[in-house]
Design a protein around this ligand. Structure first.
Ligand code: HEC
Length: 236
């Protein structure tokens, strides 16, 4: 009785095994044979460092092409620039033309201008970044009195609207955020991408002008700001 029952239960498995063995055999010695559930061999999930879609034999040309264009954690080929669809965004991925040297700092001050026009919306975005990455040292209003300075005894940074920094050009602000400044301020290029560094630069400009967008303040601020703005437009 018992042996009878086990024969019946095993029969479908034996039959399936035989079919699977035979069906796996194909004439071509170079062929991997028929694959059951090929997605278990070639997972459709995006995995780090794997170049999906290499083999149009399994995927067909169009799907293989689409998968090849899917980013994974592989590094892009050296010297290539991410093209983000919009021309303005692609420009943000160009390498910084000014190196981390005193000459690069001076050249940034003269030639480097924000690719993003300053509006209330971009200032607001810059403020969010500032509150997360800068405020603890520089203080809410950029006076150099953040918690790290007030309670931690850290050397106070100069105020943005003080004599040393109020006329600091945006190119130098950007350069200092990217590479750091002297020993007391670290580089932020690994935490903030180019766009974020320009947005926070705009918030620094906002604080340099006493909490106003340059060009929208008093008459005196207007004239300076218009000069800066027209240079920025020409540079584009
Ligand atoms: C750990 C504290 C600390 C943090 C965080 C910090 N800074 Fe600074 N920052 C300083 C100090 C200190 C100086 C003065 C450095 C000097 O001149 O020696 C400074 C200088 C600067 C300057 C003047 C640079 C120049 O060219 O003279 C700017 C602009 C600036 N910081 C912006 C920022 C922004 C924007 C952030 C956030 C993305 C930030 N800092 C984060 C401490 C900090």
């Amino acid at each position: 009785m018992l042996s009878m029952k086990s024969k019946i239960t095993l029969a479908p498995f034996a039959a399936f095994g035989a079919v699977a063995l035979l069906a796996g055999c194909v004439g071509d010695a170079d062929s991997p044979g028929l694959e059951y559930m090929p997605d278990m061999y070639r997972s459709p999930a995006i995995e780090a460092y794997v170049d999906y879609g290499q083999d149009p034999y399994y995927f067909g040309d169009s799907l293989a092409g689409a998968q090849r264009a899917t980013p994974s954690a592989r590094l892009p080929v050296e010297g290539t620039i991410v093209f983000a669809g919009r021309e303005q965004d692609a420009a943000l991925n160009f390498p910084d033309p000014y190196p981390n040297t005193p000459e690069g700092y001076e050249a940034s001050g003269l030639n480097l201008h924000s690719p993003i026009p300053m509006t209330q919306a971009t200032v607001d975005e810059g403020k969010v970044i500032y509150e997360k990455f800068c405020q603890h040292c520089h203080g809410a209003k950029g006076k150099g009195d953040g918690q790290v300075v007030a309670k931690g005894g850290y050397p106070p940074p100069p105020a943005y609207d003080g004599p040393q920094l109020k006329d600091l050009p945006e190119g130098k602000v950007f350069h200092s955020i990217t590479y750091g400044r002297n020993v007391a301020m670290g580089a932020h290029a690994s935490q903030l991408n180019t766009k974020e560094r320009w947005l926070v630069t705009q918030y620094v400009k906002f604080l340099q002008h006493g909490g106003q967008i340059p060009g929208q303040g008093t008459a005196a601020q207007d004239s300076t700001a218009t000069a800066t703005d027209s240079t920025a437009t020409q540079a584009k």
